[in-house]
Design a binder for this molecule. Sequence first.
Ligand code: F6R
Length: 598
Amino acid sequence: MCGIVGYIGNKEALPFLINGLKKLEYRGYDSAGFCIQHDGKLSVVKRKGKVKELENASKSLKITGHMGIAHTRWATHGAPNEANAHPHLDCKGAIAIVHNGIIENYGALKEMLKKEGHRFFSETDTEVLAHLIEKFKGKNLESAVAMALKLVEGTFGLLVIDKTSQEIIAAKKGSPLLLGIGSQEIIIASDASAIAGHTKKVVYLNDSEMAIISSNNYVVKNVNGKVVEKKIHDMEMTVQQIEKRGFKHFMAKEIFEQPLAIENTLRGRIGDGRIKLSIDVDVKKVKRIIITACGTSWHSALIGKYLIEKIIGIQVEVDYASEFRYRNPIIKKGDLVVAISQSGETADTLAALKEAKQKGAKTLGVVNVVGSTVAREVDFGIYLHAGPEIGVASTKAFTCQVTALLLFALYLQQQKGVLDKKILEELKKIPAKIEEILKESKNIRILAQKFKASKNFLYLGRGLNFPVALEGALKLKEISYIHAEGYPAAEMKHGPIALIDEHMPVVFIAPKDDTYQKIISNMQEIKARGGTVIAIINENEPYIAALTNHVIKVPKTLDILSPLLNVIPLQLLAYHIADLKGLNVDKPRNLAKSVTVE
Ligand code: F6R
C-alpha cells in the first residue's frame, strides 16, 4: 500500500525520488521521506502529510547525491507521524531502509535486538529490519541484508543503502518491486508509474529474490545466493496515461475514460465475429468456476457469476479472497479459479490464488496492471488494458473487468459452438452508449448538490444489477464518507425497510428487464413509506414519475450488458457528492490504492 522508489545513476537523485513519490502517492499518503547518500553520509528528510510537504522541506536543504531511496506511507504499525515515516535507520544512522509490507514477527525480533542494546526510534515493524541488518553488518551490505531476511517472517518489498556502498540492495517477498533500466541509471520502484517516462525497459523481481544494483549494472540472486537470469520486459505505461489531462481529479478522468478503456479491453479480441483470447481453457473440462477477489473487483465477480451461469450454464461460486484463503476451500478436478484484481497485488487475492494453486486448481487472472504478481502467478490471464487507474476509488477497472468477464463467457460459448453474436455486436456499441451517459454529468452534479448533506443512502437492484447496487454504495461511502448500503431490492422487506423515512434517499437500478415489474413494486413500497427515490431507468414509462423523485435515464441495451451502463451514473453521483463536499476524491481518508497487507 505504501510506495517505494530508489535511484542510482549519474544524475541528482532527489528530483527522481520526489517525482517518483508523487506518482506513487496514490498508494499511500500519510507521510513521506527520503534518504540520499553523499560524501560518505546519509541525509534523511521525512514529513507527515503529503509528498508536497516533503518537497517543500527539501528545497531549502540543498541535498545532493547520486543515489537514494524514498517512501510514501500508509500506516500499519504506528501513527502517521515523522518518527514512523520511512526511511528508518539503524542505531548509528549508517544504514537506511524503506519497506512495503508487514514484518509479522517484528515483536520478537525487536525484543531480541533491544536486549542486544539496539535503540529504537519508531513504533514501526520496518525499523526492526534496519537494526537486524546492522547486527549482521560485517563485510558487506548485501550479505547483511540476506542474513537479516532469513530471520524475517512476513512480506516485504524493500530497498537498503548505507553510508559507503555504491549500491542499492532491493529484496522482495509478497510485495511488488521492479527495476527500470536506463542508460547509466537504474530506478527501482514498487509500481511502474514511478518509472514511466524514464525508461521502457523493466525487470520484475520475483518473491525471494534480491537485487544488487549499481548505476550501470544489476545482479539478481535467489534465496540461496545463486545468480538468476532476468528477462527485460517492455513497459506499456506512458507518462500521458498517468496525468490528469485537464480533469480536476483522476477519478473524474477515469470515469470519462471508460468508453476508451472498454474499447481497449475489446481491442483485438472480437474481430471477424470471433472471440480471441490468449488463454487455454477447455470448456469441456471446466466443471465449476470459483471467482475470488476483493472490494470492487468482488462486485464484478458477482456480475461474472450471473452472466457465466446465464449464458454458459457452468456453475460459478464467488468468494471474498480473504475468506477463501482461510476456510480450507474444497477444490475438485475440473475447478477453474479466477482471480480478479485491478492492481494484481492485493495481498488477500494473491493468498487465495496461492491456496487454489496448492490445491491443484487451474487459475485464470483478470488483471489490469501488466506484469503484476497476480498476472505472473496465474496459468492464464486476461489483461484489461484499461491504462493506469490512479484514483483510489476503482471505476474504469470495474467496467473493464465486467467486459473481460463477458469476453471470457463468450469465449466459452464459442467453444461450445453457440456463440451469441447479438451480445458481441451489442458489446461493440457499449462505449458510445457510455459516452451518452457521461453527457448527463452536469445534471447528476445538480442532483448531487441536493443530496450531499444526506447521512445515509440505500442502493437497490436485482439480478445482474444487484452487484451494481453494491458497487454504487461502495463508491459513495469510500469517497464521500456517507453511509451507504446495497441490497437485492426484494430483501428490503426482510429488514432494511425499517430504515425508510423522508431522510433516506434510495437509489433504484431499474432497467426494463425481466425483474422490472418486481422492482416497480419495491419502489412503491419505498414511496409509500416516505422515502426519496432516485431511479436509474432505460425506459420512461408514464407511471415512473409518480414513483420517483428523480430519474436518470441510460440508453437501452441487452439485459446482460446493462451493468456496464447502469454503474456510470452511480460513479458520477458519488464523485460529484464527494467533490461538492470538498473532500479529497482521489485520496480518500484511510484508504490506499492497492492493499498489499492482510
Ligand atoms: C474500491 C476499491 C477497492 C479495490 C480492492 C481490490 O473502489 O478500489 O475495493 O477494488 O481493494 O483491489 P484490486 O482490484 O487491485 O485487487
